[in-house]
Design a protein around this ligand. Structure first.
Ligand code: KG4
Ligand code: ZN
Length: 365
């Protein structure tokens, strides 16, 4: 439908420079330039390296997305950008680029929340999100259970990790096993050939008096690391496949158990899973199994849309336009700790329309 908003989204919260273009719920382009290889030798993302890589990749990635989508920048109805949460310097590159393009083109600017974007992206795959939506968001920086009545304005946290994020635990265990960075995909691969019940690792915060929707992976991480150290100290080989499978099972068991419980408690009959860890094959399979048993419909985007990308930002931006949410002001700033409840950032000044007129005059006179 031609009257659906055409929006370009820019994502630079971590190590992926993502530029996506959507028309309403339709994905037109999803260009990603990753600096992950530059961080691998450090075993984690180095913020300064990420910021520089974003700067270098930004313009070419925007040009590639426009070319892939077959649209002209002047046709866009808006430009959306991740305003937070994320690495401050990395976010700043995306926000600055989005402002420059929006200002030069005379288009509205939408600074949006990275976490809400991870949820909204599923509209590109499975159509409009049901309202309310229960979402399990699991990435390198976050693990949360979120209930959203309206993804553009109302996201309520039910629970979150009290220590490590799920993806962080995957990355740290992969490091202990010398499997490289990022750890999720490689542990996922090894686990396929291992026995998930070989080693009984602890399930954090699952006792009767523990908070129902919060997560903890720090105890699990220590337990796995100690188990590996003990093997090495005894001069024995570490069974990488069994350790991977048993560790992964402990993580996804807790994630799916708590998510299904939240759906039941809140009377929500479907579950959305997003964020980089949602690419995990065992998480997808176990969630499917448990949701089916509980009569809950599961929605998980394809793996490429689960990890950081620009299409998710464009998807949320398009929803902002469709629902007439106010655009961000030109003094929009990156907020590295933007709370999940702030789905978008209106900014401080309210002369948006005026500035647009000025921008247009400057461009076209
Ligand atoms: O959402 P994302 O791309 O970036 C953040 O916002 O953090 O998530 C990255 C995280 C990393 O920790 C990575 O190890 C994890 O997602 N990840 C996975 C898989 N693919 C990526 N974790 C488990 N299994 C996977 N297949
Ligand atoms: Zn993310």
């Amino acid at each position: 439908m031609a009257d659906e908003p055409l929006v370009l989204g820019i994502e630079t919260s971590c190590d992926e420079t993502g530029v996506g273009i959507v028309r309403g719920h339709t994905l037109l382009a999803d260009a990603v330039a990753s600096s992950v290889d530059e961080h691998a030798r450090f075993g984690g993302v180095v913020p300064e390296v990420a910021s520089r890589a974003h700067l270098e990749a930004m313009v070419p990635t925007i040009q590639r997305a426009l070319k892939d989508a077959g649209v002209a920048a002047s046709d866009l109805d808006g430009i959306a950008v991740t305003a937070g949460p994320g690495l401050a310097g990395a976010l700043l590159v995306g926000v600055s680029a989005a402002k420059a393009y929006a200002y030069a083109l005379g288009k509205p600017l939408y600074g949006v929340n990275h976490l809400a974007s991870h949820i909204c992206v599923d509209q590109l795959e499975h159509g409009p999100l049901p309202e309310p939506t229960m979402a399990l968001l699991v990435s390198g920086g976050h693990s949360s259970l979120l209930l959203s009545e309206d993804i553009t304005s109302d996201v309520r946290p039910l629970g979150a990790t009290i220590d490590d994020a799920a993806g962080e635990a995957f990355d740290k265990i992969a490091r202990v096993l010398n499997l490289g960075f990022p750890g999720g995909p490689v542990i996922d691969r090894y686990a396929k050939e291992g026995d998930p019940s070989a080693i009984a690792f602890p399930r954090g915060l699952t006792g009767p008096r523990d908070p129902a929707y919060d997560f903890s992976f720090s105890g699990l991480k220590t337990s796995v690391a100690r188990w590996i150290e003990a093997k090495r100290a005894a001069g024995e080989d570490v069974p990488v496949r069994d350790v991977s499978a048993s560790f992964q099972e402990a993580v996804v068991d807790v994630l799916t158990r708590k998510a299904v419980r939240a759906c039941k408690d809140e009377g929500v009959d479907h579950l959305m899973i997003g964020g980089g860890v949602a690419a995990n094959s065992r998480l997808r399979a176990l969630a499917q199994e448990r949701c089916e048993k509980a009569g809950i419909r599961l929605r998980v985007p394809r793996p490429k849309l689960c990890t950081d990308n620009g299409a998710m930002v464009a998807a949320l931006g398009a929803e902002m336009v469709a629902r007439n949410r106010s655009a961000s002001a030109w003094d929009l700033s990156a907020d590295s700790s933007l709370p999940v409840t702030e789905t978008h950032v209106p900014g401080h000044t309210h002369d948006h329309d005026h500035v647009h007129e000025v921008a247009k005059d400057n461009l076209y006179s």
